[in-house]
Design a protein around this ligand. Structure first.
Ligand SMILES: *Cc1c(COP(=O)(O)O)cnc(C)c1O
Length: 388
């Protein structure tokens, strides 16, 4: 055969009577079909198999299956990012004329999606304090399709009662969507408490290695019908290499969460006694307003995020951030401890009055506690506090 004719064709993989311990990476964008009847059966979903990567591919399916098992969900899918997962939920469940109930403590872009972008599609929204069940109950309208909340809100770390919210939604014919990014299934499984959809930014704790952008949607069979079609039609498909990396990252999820959560509790207790610290928020502390609820929902795990406020305001926060070895990296769930400054990053777009109402002050720092030794993290914090 001439090189020109040989090179464009794939060669058969070498034979082996053994099977690999690591997953394969499958980058093919298209699969070869036998005949029109088979192509028709595959594309209509009558028979199982891959045809075109945007619709389905093996690395996304393998990762989704791992996440499905972790959440004990009936169905799961992964998308290109956490925002793609949220967009898939909005676009698959709502249409013009519908209404959504939206927690007033959501990730900034989630609020933009469910309020401003939804409004452009003729979907209206009511913002509500998800920790106030009376306020939530009165926000429903006859056309309410969804309510969306976060298990642990950013950066206040308020915890809401998922089974009470699920009951409220179901009494009114609406579906509950829970963003579980700050918890992960190692801390909490919202579907077991009655949520209809759980979504997570796999970019954060689930992958855990700061090198992948992906999102997860999991849910019950009864709500799933439009999800795969919306995901494929809007082109929210996840990249196979990133799915492979996240699958590897999730291999250590339980160990990472165990260590990071224990570290976070030690950090929170340490900061409570530290000079120059005005307040500390962590759901595992008895002083947290939702501590009893958090214990009932999560058991012994309270997440890896700790928020504290320096008494000296923005000047103290700036000195702390400039002095510390802990990277100022506005994300979370990394292997190493990182910090963020909500006022200048995640909550930049929130107006002053709302920030004040939520309790977000200029001296507030949010820690994402990593898996280093507790001694290392406490020493790094003390060193920076001494510079304040
Ligand atoms: C990061 C994040 C998202 C968005 O996920 P991406 O993967 O960055 O698109 C949504 N919700 C929460 C709580 C997040 O932290």
């Amino acid at each position: 055969m001439k090189p020109d004719d040989l090179c464009p064709r794939p060669v058969a993989p070498p034979e082996s009577s053994t099977s690999p311990l690591a997953d394969a990476i499958q980058l093919s964008t298209v699969w070869r079909c036998d005949d029109p009847a088979q192509a028709d059966a595959l594309l209509s979903g009558q028979s199982a198999g891959y045809v075109y990567r945007r619709d389905r591919h093996p690395n996304a399916d393998a990762l989704a299956e791992k996440c499905r098992l972790l959440h004990e969900a009936e169905r799961a899918a992964v998308c290109a990012s956490g925002m793609a997962a949220l967009a898939t939920i909005l676009l698959s469940q709502c249409q013009t004329g519908d209404h959504v109930v939206v927690s007033d403590q959501l990730y900034g872009r989630t609020q933009t999606l469910f309020v401003s972008e939804a409004a452009r599609l003729g979907i209206t929204a009511t913002l509500v304090d998800a920790c106030d069940s009376k306020a939530v109950a009165s926000a429903f309208r006859p056309n309410t399709k969804l309510a969306i909340v976060e298990t642990i809100a950013n950066p206040t770390l308020r915890v809401c009662d998922i089974s009470a919210l699920a009951d409220l939604c179901h009494q009114r014919g609406a579906r509950l969507v829970v963003d579980n990014t700050f918890a992960s299934p190692a801390v909490f499984r919202p579907l077991a408490s009655g949520a209809d959809f759980v979504m997570e930014s796999l970019t954060k704790i689930m992958n855990g290695h700061s090198d992948v952008l992906l999102g997860l949607i999991a849910g019950r069979e009864a709500v799933w019908e439009r999800v795969p079609g919306t995901l494929a039609t809007f082109g929210f498909v996840a990249n196979p290499l990133e799915c492979w990396l996240a699958s590897r990252g999730i291999g250590t999820l339980a160990l990472r969460v165990e260590r990071a959560n224990a570290n976070a509790l030690a950090v929170a207790r340490h900061l409570e006694k530290a000079n120059g610290v005005a307040s500390v928020r962590y759901p595992g502390l008895e002083s947290h307003p939702d501590h009893a609820l958090a214990r009932r929902q999560f058991g012994e795990h309270f997440g890896a995020i700790v928020t504290f406020s320096l008494a000296g305001g923005i000047d103290a926060a700036t000195r702390f951030i400039r002095a510390t070895r802990i990277p100022f990296a506005p994300s979370l769930g990394e292997l190493e401890t990182t910090l963020s400054h909500p006022q200048s990053t995640s909550h930049r777009a929130v107006d002053k009055a709302t920030r004040k109402r939520l309790g977000i002050d200029p001296g507030m720092i949010r820690l994402s506690v990593g898996i280093e030794s507790p001694e290392f993290i406490l020493a790094a914090l003390d060193e920076a506090l001494a510079a304040v």
